[in-house]
Design a protein around this ligand. Structure first.
Ligand code: FAD
Length: 300
């Protein structure tokens, strides 16, 4: 089993997740998680805003199988929306449907999402439905379409590793979309396995949405992709108002600040006690991230 697969399998380990919640930020997670509570997160978002960077805030949590926990997660997200408004943060919300009940009951999940989107809509705040693994894709898109009938402040994510993404990007051209390579372990029946194939598809999807779509969030730490898109946008006279670059909190922070001087830029800001699954996926993405962790653990 490759290291990436081991880490992705571990990311779904419930016992490890429970232990992680109990002991607070560990294993180097503090460099990529913006705190475990609202106050810490607000302080970190203010710092990003001061550098001209917007934030998309993820109150961490996923794969919830208990209604009470999902309802509490929804309430916590409403508090984040209140905080964005009260502190006049330049920020919006990212939410994982499985955190608010997708694995319990789709109607229950939809009601929770609807409440979040409606609450955010009253403040003019955007809500992004993060895209999770393949079995959760179609239900997420179905809920998005339902929400979009009533609200215009909701969008989602297109994953370039999926074979079906070309069709999805055409269908959802009128939506604000974040385009990513894709973070989960998917089979060859549904996803490209080769890095080059994923990169080619990634560029094609971004270019398509830049030319035909509403608003594009180019979410990557890959400087080759970023440089390509900068050139593409200039060559096709794409307005800087129609797209932004996005990166995750704590990754390539200098590059984030540099890009923010010229382009719209948004940092994905995860915070909260439920950091384990998110963090393990980041380790799986890049072996260098493990070196970073090892250094922090042994420097203590
Ligand atoms: P990679 O393919 O990891 O790296 C490509 C190259 O970029 C590397 O070889 C290296 O040269 C350079 N590079 C990458 N990282 C670094 C670094 N830290 N320092 C220096 N060089 C580096 N996935 C989902 O499935 N669903 C989502 O909803 C989702 N939301 C996301 C939101 C944001 C804002 C971001 C940034 C990612 C999101 N992802 C999501 C994760 C995404 O799918 C990828 O798994 C993740 O971004 C890694 O791919 P990459 O494009 O950043 O580059």
């Amino acid at each position: 089993m490759a290291l990436r697969d081991i880490l992705l399998t571990l990311s779904k380990n419930e016992m490890m997740n429970t232990a992680a919640q109990k002991y607070g930020l560990r294993l180097g997670a503090q460099s990529v998680i913006a705190g475990t509570n609202l106050e810490e997160m607000i302080g970190n978002v203010k710092k990003l805003n001061a550098a001209g960077i917007e934030a998309t805030i993820d109150h961490l949590g996923e794969f919830v199988y208990d209604e009470a926990i999902a309802s509490r997660a929804k309430e916590d997200i409403l508090k984040v929306i209140d905080a964005i408004h009260a502190h006049q943060l330049n920020a919006h919300i990212s939410v994982k449907p499985s955190q608010v009940g997708l694995d319990i009951d789709i109607d229950f999940c939809y009601d929770n999402l609807r409440e979040i989107v409606e609450y955010a809509s009253d403040y003019g705040i955007f809500v992004n439905l993060d895209m999770e693994d393949y079995p959760r894709l179609q239900p997420t898109l179905d809920m998005l379409e339902e929400l979009n009938k009533v609200f215009d402040n909701v969008g989602t994510v297109i994953q370039a590793y999926l074979l079906r993404s070309k069709e999805d990007i055409e269908k959802f051209a009128d939506y604000r979309l974040r385009i990513v390579k894709g973070a989960y372990q998917e089979s060859e029946e549904v996803a490209y396995q080769d890095k080059l194939d994923i990169d080619i598809n990634f560029l094609e999807l971004i270019e398509y949405h830049l030319l035909h779509g509403k608003f594009t969030s180019v979410a990557t730490h890959d400087h080759n992709i970023i440089n390509h898109i900068k050139r593409f946008a200039a060559d096709h006279n794409i307005s800087h108002e129609k797209f932004e670059f996005q990166m995750l909190y704590g990754f390539r922070s200098d590059l984030q600040k540099e890009l923010a001087k010229e382009y719209k830029f948004c940092t994905y800001v995860p915070f909260g006690k439920d950091w384990y699954g998110y963090y393990m996926r980041r380790l799986a993405e890049r072996p260098q991230n493990i070196n970073l962790v090892t250094k922090q653990v042994f420097n203590k």
